[in-house]
Design a protein around this ligand. Sequence first.
Ligand SMILES: *[C@@H]1O[C@H](CO)[C@@H](O)[C@H](O)[C@H]1NC(C)=O
Ligand SMILES: [Zn+2]
Ligand SMILES: [Zn+2]
Length: 467
Amino acid sequence: MLSLPLLLLLLWGTGSQGFPAATSEIQEQDMEMVKKYLENYYNLNSDEKQMKKMRKSIPVVEKLKQMQKFFGLKVTGKPNAETLNVMKQARCGVPDIAKFVLTEGNPRWEHTNLTYRIENYTPDLPRAVVDHTIEKAFQLWSNVSPLTFTKVFKGQADIMISFVWRDHGDNSPFDGPGGNLAHAFQPGQGIGGDVHFDEEERWTNDFTDYNLYHVAAHELGHSFGLSHSTDIGALMYPTYIFSGDVQLSQDDIDGIQAIYGPSKNPIQPIGPQTPRACDSQLTFDAITTLRGEVMFFKDKFYMRVSSFYPETEVNFIAVFWPTLANGLEAAYEFADRDEIRLFKGHKYWAVRGYDVLPGYPRDIYRSFGFPRSVKSIDAAVFEEDTGKTYFFVANKYWRYDEYKRSMDAGYPKLIADGFPGIGNKVDAVFQKDGFFHFFHKTRQYKFDPKTKRILTLQKANSWFNCR
Ligand SMILES: *[C@@H]1O[C@H](CO)[C@@H](O)[C@H](O)[C@H]1NC(C)=O
Ligand SMILES: [Zn+2]
Ligand SMILES: [Zn+2]
């Protein structure tokens, strides 16, 4: 699981320069890592042996392609920089493809009243915190399935939990700090269902590496028979991304319910869905430019579009800005100060690059002069030529002078008067090359502020490379 995901390793702070070209030199040391990674998580060797018997061979290239496909990378079969970066991320030790491809699938517990036992404790956290954390991790899953859990203090439990290091007798040694963080075994007798945490990690109960609640909740998914998900918003995603809260996504819920059936709860629990860039129903909370790129915000995710990078990147907002709220409502770039301002309710944050600037969140009343009747802002955009920022609130808009730092007189005005044709409500807006792009539901209007005309009407997700 990762401490810093791929995108943080790419160059962020160089303005319109965008990303650096991938280095083509693959170090020998990297090649070793690639082989190890594919052996550990994609069964490189065991398949090779088996294939040799059958007088066929599966070269590294095929395994690399499998890995690249899993992580949504460009499938090249070559260990390019992007691929290496993913391989360097901290992750779960369970392979991404089933260990024994030929055994019958869908391992599950035959009883739903499972027992667990914590065999030993990490010194990194007080015992009571570990107890509580593990209990919460079980609860996440019992909330959405018929499974129930009883803690026992001696003897054999279905799920034995321990903190161990290096070689610990199950043929799956840990690797010291970072890298492989934990693993768990699929349902079954003996070691089946058991969870092992690498004691050489620093276990925490906050946002620093590595959050025990997050990792425990993930590993328990394996204990119940789930395998890794390619959905980056799922708890069962193989790399470690701490997004501020630990929550089962709809993908996780679908997974556990596919094995054990629905929850006994009369109201079926639902979880957040990860936005998909090419979903034609996709809508946005807020959009802004950011140093020449465009950032789209949706729930706790952002989607990033850059002309230097063909794929739309989807990840957690918290990966960039851990202290920001999810569900942002408006955002704009004040490029003169290299600041992005992000709004939710009557609060807003300013960020520069990765940094949330100190002293935030602030409130919109004191900073911008909104009346108290304004409870939240739907959308905002800065107009470079005039130094004015437009704020959209319901069917009206306000104009703020960034240099005088005051709201212009005569506002609010009706959107229908200032921006004819875009409708009475704006979800998100950003400026690019002098044009405003307004978004409402699944529609997008390209608007020329000089002529006050709509130039084109497009799907909201037209910025993503969708066929
Ligand atoms: C689980 O339920 C079964 C059947 O009701 C029962 O025989 C068994 O003792 C229960 N186990 C635990 C740990 O409660
Ligand atoms: Zn895992
Ligand atoms: Zn182990």
